[in-house]
Each structure stands twice: as C-alpha cells, then as structure tokens.
Design a protein around this ligand. Structure first.
Ligand code: AHR
Length: 500
C-alpha cells in the first residue's frame, strides 16, 4: 500500500516558467469593485486600491494577471475605461447581466500591477467578439506606443506618460462557446485571430499572442477547433489557450479528487493537436499552452445566480467558499500544471479576489485567505526551478468519471540552490498513504519542512466569521535516511515536503 517514485536530476521535465503562477481579474461581481478596488475603505490607498488585498496578493505570489475578462471582454470597449473617471460611461455587461460603471479601467489595472511589484506582468485580453482588428491595434497603440501619435498622446494626456509595455495578449476569450457574445466558428475565429495577430505584429513583432483554444475538453468541437484555428494562426501566435473548471458532481467525491486526470489528458491532447498541425505544416516551431483559466468552480450554482440578475452594479457573484476537499483538488491541479511545465508556459488561476477566488473581502471590512490560497502560495514560492520526472507506482482506485487513478498525485521541483520540494496529494478519503521517494544523485541532507493541508472535517472552510479555521499544519514522521525520503500522507491531504 506504499506509493513510491524515484527522483534523479538526470531526468527532468523542464524549467518552470514563473508565468505558471498567474491569475485573473475580470470585471465580474466583486473581483474589481470592493475586491481589489474600494475607494473610501480604511485600507484604500490614494488610488482606491485596497492595500490589505495588495498584501495578500503579494503573499499569494501571483505573477501574470490576465484582464479584463473572461466573457466580459467580448463586449469590452477599452475607450470607455480610460480618461477622467467622471466622463466614463456606464455600460450593460451582457456576459454577466450587470452594469459596468467603468470607474476602474486600463490605467488603474496597470497601476495595480505596478503597486504589486516587478513580478506582476500584464496579460491583456482583446475583444474579438463584438470588435476586431482595428480596435485591437488602437488599444495596442494607446497602451504601448511611447508618444507622438493620436492614441499614445491621449494616454499621456490621461496622465500615463510611460507606456504600459503589455507584451502578452489574448486574442479573444472562449470564442468556441455559444455563450460568448460574438461567438464564432473555428474558421471565422481563425481568420480574425490571424489578421489581428498580423496587424499587431506590424506594430511590434515581439508581442506574445495567445489564440483561443477550447473552453474545456468536453466541448463538441474540441481538438477540431484547435486544429482549424492553428491552421490559420500557427506562424502568428505563440500560445493556445485552455480553460478548465472542476466541481464535485452528485456527491461523487472520488471522481472529484481525480479531476487532475482530466486536466493532464486535456493538456496532452492539446499538445498532440498543436504538434500534429506543426507536423502538417512542416514547421520546426512549437506552440506552447496558456492554461489561462483553471480552478474549482461550482458552475451549476452560478448559472441561476446570473440568470436572475436585472443589471445591478457589482453584485455578489460566483463567490464560492472553498472547503479542505476543494483545496486538495486545487493542489492536485497545480501539480498537473507543474508536471507539464515543458509545454504549459502560462497559467492563470481564475480568479483573484471574491469571484471563485483564493482571497475574499467584505465591503468596508476585512480580507482573508480561502483554503485554496495555501496550495497556490506554496507552489508559487517553492515551485520555482526545474521539474523532475515523477513516475508513481503504488495503490490506485476506481472512479466513475476518470477511470482508474493513482491515490498519490505528485511532482517535484529542484531549485537553483539545490533544495528540493515534493508536492503531493493523497486522494484517499479514509486511509493514510505511506510514501517512499528514492533520491538518486541528489545531494540532500534532511527534511526542512513537511506542511500539510487536511482536516478531520473535509468540509471545513475559512469564512468572514472564522477566517483562519483552516491553515496548513506540520506533517509528522517525515524522514530522509540513506537516500530515501519517507513520509505518511494524511487522508485527503495536500502536502509540501522540502528537503535541503
Ligand atoms: O472565470 C469565469 C468565466 O469562466 C470567464 O468569464 C469565462 O471565460 C469562463 O467561462
């Protein structure tokens, strides 16, 4: 019943791209308003940004931050979101049946990133739903051109002398989804994405572009969509996007715990499709993957919430409260991303604050960490370096949705200074899992720390009333002797084991 694997520095997956620890801010519910931005709050700075939230975002360790949507972007008019706040119009947001006041816009987003520090990088999504090539290059000129043209001078007039330097751009959002405003067929989208990319590269050949892939692996057009879109855009884009959300269905927790099986197969299938197109085109170029929306999300609850709305401003929407079980699955999704760091070079946790988020706030009140905050912060802090190849042998279990799955899901990252971090999830709901890792050719003396997220109550969560109900605790009985790491993983647990 012991799960085992061997680590050897000769067998690596890839260097982790820091962009793997990105997140996402959409104009949706209270992600922006009363989330990151709340003028008048006791912790708001002069720009209206909540400094308590800024501090938590820094602790979370997020890198790129995708903005402004999501489904919102397919109706977004960037011109509405710049210039004097009092002149900005309120608009209907068709995606979420709300009214967008445009008090926070492009300039405020860049100010937010700059306040976070140099690790925070913009990732701007373009509206290819209701708009097209012209508006994309106008926005690029406004954002990135230094000066001396109508739109760059307008930015300067608006108070932003320095260009925003946005390098990473998403060519639309979920254009394969019939729910998307301006939804397109793969052929229609492939053409507009290609022409937008071509025009953007005329301004700046060094922009990095993400073409829309499928909204999830179960889409009826999955794989065919990627193949058709890439047939048009292969030489013009750098990444293709993937989105995936997981939830527990009908009390089937065993399947929910194996959600990463689906995520890994999704990644591998998209890689295969990209490489198939590359082979057909006889291209030496590889398209990388931008997993720019991923999380646990109880979507079925959100649908009725949104349908009932009558165009309010900043309602409470998609405010999922995450349990210990959710955090363990979430940690397993992080492991899946790290295990594919050779091709997944950008990933964005959707989203950052209040909306299916690791950070929650109360308007006029405090901010706190959800259970999912902890796996993300640990992965971002210790998941930097080189991913080592992990091939698990050990006990398995059967699931209704994902077939047979290993009870252990794991990866390992070796930092530049030689320290090693093993991230591991025990998917068993009832049994502890003994773990043995043979460390070949790794000069390691001992265990620095074994941190575990688990609880006698797998439904436990952090709330306004009890914001620190769930925090990681120390694992016990973890040892490193004669080149073998031994640990016992508690039932239903996420684990971070650090060795030096
Ligand atoms: O993150 C919430 C929504 O999920 C996004 O707006 C959309 O892109 C996806 O369907």
């Amino acid at each position: 019943r012991t799960a085992r694997f061997t680590l050897d520095p000769a067998f690596t997956v890839a260097q982790v791209n820091p962009r793997l620890f990105g997140s996402f801010v959409e104009h949706l519910g209270r992600c922006v308003y009363t989330g990151i931005y709340e003028p008048g709050h006791e912790h708001a700075d002069e720009a209206g940004l909540r400094t308590d939230v800024l501090e938590l975002v820094r602790e979370l360790g997020t890198t790129v931050i995708r903005y402004p949507g999501g489904n919102f972007v397919s109706g977004y008019k960037w011109e509405d979101s710049v210039g004097p706040v009092e002149d900005r119009p309120a608009r209907l947001d068709l995606a979420w049946r709300t009214t967008e006041p445009n008090r926070f816009g492009l300039s405020e987003y860049i100010a937010f990133l700059r306040k976070l520090g140099p690790q925070a990088e913009p990732m701007m999504a373009l509206n290819l739903g209701t708009r097209g090539v012209a508006e994309a290059i106008e926005l690029q000129e406004y954002a990135n051109h230094p000066s001396g043209t109508a739109r760059s001078d307008l930015r300067i007039e608006h108070g932003d002398k320095d260009p925003f330097g946005i390098r990473l751009w998403c060519l639309g959002n979920e254009m394969d989804g019939p729910w998307q405003t301006g939804h397109k067929t793969a052929e229609e989208y492939g053409r507009v994405a290609a022409e937008t990319a071509r025009a953007m590269r005329q301004i700046d050949p060094d922009v990095e572009l993400v073409a829309c892939g499928s909204s999830n692996q179960a889409m009826p057009t999955f794989a065919e969509w990627e193949a058709k879109v890439l047939a048009e855009t292969y030489d013009l884009v750098d990444h293709i996007s993937l989105h995936a959300y997981y939830q527990e269905h009908d009390g089937d927790r065993d399947s929910f715990l194996a959600s990463a099986v689906d995520m890994e197969s999704f990644i591998e299938n998209v890689v295969a499709t990209c490489d198939h197109v590359g082979a057909r085109l006889k291209s030496p170029k590889k398209i990388n993957l931008s997993f720019d929306e991923w999380n646990v999300w109880y979507q079925s609850r959100s649908r009725s919430e949104v349908a009932a709305l009558d165009w309010p401003q900043t309602p409470r929407l998609l405010e999922d409260v995450y349990s210990v079980t959710d955090a363990v699955v979430f940690g397993s999704l992080l492991i899946a991303l790290l295990r594919h760091a050779d091709r997944v070079t950008v990933a964005c946790l959707a989203q950052l604050v209040n909306v299916i988020a690791p950070i929650m706030t109360e308007p006029g009140g405090p901010a706190w960490r959800q259970t999912t905050f902890y796996p993300f912060a640990a992965a971002s802090k210790y998941g930097r370096g080189e991913v080592l190849d992990v091939r698990v042998s050990g006990p398995t279990y059967d699931t209704r949705r994902h077939g047979t799955a290993d009870l252990l899901h794991a990866t390992a990252v070796r930092a530049e200074d030689g320290t090693l971090t093993v991230f591991a999830v025990n998917r068993s709901q009832t049994e502890s899992l003994p773990l043995e890792v043979a460390l070949n050719g790794l000069e390691l003396d001992g265990v620095i720390e074994h941190s575990t997220l688990s609880d006698t109550d797998p439904e436990a969560c952090n709330t306004l009333a009890e914001p620190e109900r769930v925090v990681p605790h120390a694992g016990t009985g973890t040892s490193l002797e004669a080149g073998t790491l031994k640990a016992t993983l508690e039932p239903l647990s996420w684990n971070v084991i650090r060795l030096a």
